[in-house]
Design a protein around this ligand. Structure first.
Ligand SMILES: [Zn+2]
Length: 166
């Protein structure tokens, strides 16, 4: 069997389909001989698949050195809208309730969980007061933009605020 030309069967597992899908992404970029000539590494695979590197504005906050690694990961998931909130999980588990565990009043999605929930709002207002944030927005990307432009904040306070948001 020629792996390079292999086509996935419909009755295969989700995982196998993803592996074949990634192989097909490489096949769309390179022919077999060009791929075999590459000394493969994670970096070279990334470079082949994503030839345009788009620098996002929030990357330095996500990967801030003084933040906790778990917080970095949660913030990264939030910014990619992949955090497993109840609303997100309900797409896969249809009978799952989506009510917020903190307030018990609304659907638990990213915006609600971090900015609209009454409990989160209390925490958030206290954090905004602590860093002297005057921004009226409660949207996390707008706040990250505000933080990036705030010259009066020390790097440590920015890191604490980002850790608190996540
Ligand atoms: Zn809530």
């Amino acid at each position: 069997m020629d792996w390079w030309a292999y086509a996935v069967q419909q009755n295969c597992s989700w995982y196998w389909k993803k592996i074949v899908e990634i192989k097909d992404l490489f096949r769309a970029k390179l022919d077999k001989s060009a791929f075999m000539a590459v000394q493969y590494s994670i970096q070279s695979g990334y470079d082949i698949l994503y030839d345009q590197h788009i620098k996002v504005q929030w990357s330095k906050f996500v990967w801030e050195r003084c933040s906790i690694p778990k917080h970095r990961y949660i913030l990264w998931l939030v910014l990619h809208r992949k955090l497993r909130t109840k609303e997100h999980l309900s797409k896969y588990f249809h009978a799952m309730d989506t009510v917020c565990l903190l307030c018990g009043d609304h659907k638990e999605d990213i915006t609600h969980l971090f900015f609209q929930c009454t409990y989160s709002k209390i925490c958030f207002v206290k954090m905004k007061e602590w860093i002297g944030c005057q921004a009226q927005t409660e949207h996390y990307q707008a706040l990250l933009q505000w933080i990036s432009k705030a010259k009066h904040l020390s790097k440590l306070r920015k890191g604490f605020f980002i850790a608190a948001v996540t």
